[in-house]
Design a protein around this ligand. Structure first.
Ligand code: SF4
Length: 434
C-alpha cells in the first residue's frame, strides 16, 4: 500500500463535529482546524448550541482558521437548518446535506464517507488533477470527474481512493512538476515524465489540450494503478478499462475563451490549484488610511479571477494580508510571483495573499496565474478603480495589511528575493519565517 496512513486528518467524534470541522477546513490546514475544534466543540456540544451561539464569540473561537466571518455565518446557518429541518441531526443523504449553507458535494461526501461509512468520491483539486493524469477522466468539472470515478471504481473503495489521491497529489503528483521519478505509478501512468493534464501546460494555451491518448492497454494499466494506490484486493479490470475508454471519448474540445468566468477556464484553475477568492464580509468597515504608505484601501467590489465570489476589498479583515498589485504584461510582477506563492504556502494558517490584476484583460491574467501555479486568490480590476486612490505608479506594488485592516507597509517594485519578502513580513506584520 502506498499510503497506508491516508485517512481523514480532521479530528471529530460525531457527524456534526466532522461537518463543522470540514466547513472550517476551507482555505485552512487540517492541523489548524484540529487546534481550534476541541474548545469549539466543548463550548457548543450540539446543533442547537451552534445555532444559538453568540456570533462574536463563535468568530473569535474560529478566527485563526481564516475567513472566520463567512465560516461563522455558515456554521450558524447550517446548525439552524439542522434544528429546523432534521431534528438537530446531520442527515446521512447527499441530497439533504448539500442544501445546508456552506456545504457542497465535497464536504457532503467527506461527512458521508467518514461519519456514516457511506462511500463517496470527494473531488478536490488534487483528486481531479491526479485522476486526469492517470487517464481516469478527461473532465475538469468536479461533478463530472466524480461521475467518471464512480463508474470506474468499486463503490466500497470510493472514500479511501479519494483520500489516497489527495495524499498522492499533495506528496508526489503535485500540480506544477509532478515527481514522476519517485512515483510508484510511473510505469503505469500515461502521463509519466510530463504533465499532460489539459490544464497544466498552458502559459499560452486558450483551449485545453485533449487528454493523453492511450494505447488500448492503457486503461488496464490505469486500473492496476488504482489498486497500487489503494491496495484493493480485487477488481474487474476489463469492465473498468472499458469505462475508462468511454470517458476518454467524452473529453471536451474546449473553445477559445476570454472570460475568467467561462467554464472552460475552470480547468486552469482546478489544475493549477489557484485558490478561490476569499469571501468577504460586506458589513465590515472600510480600511482606514494611514500615514506614509499613502491612502487606505478603497471600498471596491472586484470580480474574482477564478470562479469564486466577488470580493469587497474593504471587508477583508481578521487575517493579515499581502495585497499584490500586478499585471500579466509586467515582467517584474511575474518574476516575484513565486515568492508570493511560497509565502502563501508557508503561512497558509496566518496570512492571506490576494493578487489584484490591474488591466482590462482578465482572461489572460487568469491564464498566466494558472500557468504560474500561484495558488493564491486573485481578483481583477479591469476598470483601474484601485490604481488612482492608492497612487500606484505602475505594478508591482505590494501592501502589508494587518488583521485590523491597517496598511502597515508598502513595497514598490518587485521583491528581489524570498528573503526580502520574509524580512518585510516579519517587520510589518510580525510573521516570522516558517
Ligand atoms: S507518474 Fe507522474 S503524472 Fe503519473 S501519477 Fe505519478 S507523479 Fe503523477
Amino acid at each position: 500500500m502506498t499510503y497506508p496512513e491516508a485517512d481523514c486528518e480532521l479530528d471529530f467524534a460525531n457527524p456534526l463535529q466532522l461537518l463543522i470541522a470540514t466547513v472550517l477546513s476551507a482555505q485552512c490546514t487540517d492541523k489548524r482546524v484540529n487546534a481550534v475544534t476541541p474548545a469549539l466543540f466543548d463550548r457548543y456540544p450540539d446543533a442547537a448550541a451552534f445555532a444559538g451561539a453568540d456570533t462574536d464569540e463563535l468568530e473569535e473561537l474560529i478566527r485563526t482558521t481564516g475567513f472566520y466571518r463567512a465560516k461563522a455565518r455558515n456554521i450558524q446557518g447550517l446548525a439552524g437548518q439542522l434544528c429546523a429541518r432534521f431534528g438537530g441531526e446531520v442527515p446521512a443523504e447527499l441530497d439533504a446535506l448539500v442544501t445546508l449553507p456552506g456545504v457542497g458535494r465535497k464536504t457532503a461526501n467527506v461527512v458521508l464517507g467518514y461519519a456514516f461509512g457511506i462511500p463517496g468520491i470527494t473531488v478536490d483539486t488534487h483528486v481531479g488533477r491526479v485522476a486526469r493524469r492517470l487517464g481516469w477522466t478527461s473532465q475538469t468539472d468536479p461533478v463530472k470527474v466524480e461521475q467518471d470515478l464512480m463508474q470506474l471504481l468499486p463503490q466500497p473503495d470510493w472514500t479511501m481512493v479519494s483520500q489516497d489521491l489527495i495524499w498522492h497529489g499533495r506528496r508526489c503528483c503535485v500540480a506544477r512538476k509532478p515527481r514522476c521519478g519517485q512515483c510508484p505509478l510511473a510505469t503505469l501512468c500515461p502521463s509519466a515524465e510530463g504533465a499532460t493534464d489539459a490544464a497544466e501546460t498552458l502559459p499560452v494555451a486558450k483551449k485545453p489540450k485533449p487528454a493523453p491518448k492511450r494505447r488500448s492497454s492503457g486503461a488496464l494499466l490505469a486500473i492496476a494503478a488504482v489498486f497500487m494506490v489503494t491496495a484493493c484486493s480485487a477488481a474487474d479490470g476489463n469492465i473498468a478499462g472499458e469505462r475508462v475508454s468511454t470517458t476518454a471519448t467524452t473529453q471536451a474540445d474546449g473553445a477559445a475563451t476570454t472570460s475568467p468566468r467561462d467554464p472552460a477556464l475552470a480547468a486552469l484553475i482546478i489544475a493549477a490549484g489557484l485558490a478561490p477568492c476569499p469571501d468577504s464580509d460586506r458589513t465590515a468597515v472600510a480600511i482606514e488610511p494611514i500615514g506614509r504608505v499613502g491612502g487606505g484601501l478603497p471600498v471596491l467590489t472586484l470580480p474574482c479571477l477564478g470562479d469564486g465570489p466577488d470580493v469587497v476589498l474593504s471587508g477583508l479583515r481578521g487575517t493579515p494580508m499581502l495585497i499584490n498589485i500586478w499585471a500579466s504584461w509586467c515582467p517584474p510582477c511575474i518574476a516575484e510571483m513565486p515568492y508570493l506563492a511560497q509565502a502563501a504556502r508557508d503561512h497558509s494558517d496566518e496570512l492571506l495573499v490576494l493578487g489584484i490584476d490591474v488591466q482590462d484583460r482578465p482572461g489572460s491574467a487568469l491564464d498566466l496565474a494558472a500557468a504560474l501555479d500561484i495558488g493564491f486568490a486573485s481578483v481583477s480590476d479591469p476598470g483601474f478603480d484601485i490604481r488612482a486612490p492608492l497612487v500606484i505608479p505602475g505594478p508591482p506594488v505590494t501592501f502589508f495589511v494587518d488583521a485590523d485592516g491597517v496598511i502597515q507597509g508598502r513595497q514598490d517594485g518587485a521583491f528581489p528575493t524570498q528573503q526580502a519578502l520574509a524580512e518585510q513580513l516579519s517587520s510589518y506584520l510580525g510573521i516570522d519565517p516558517a
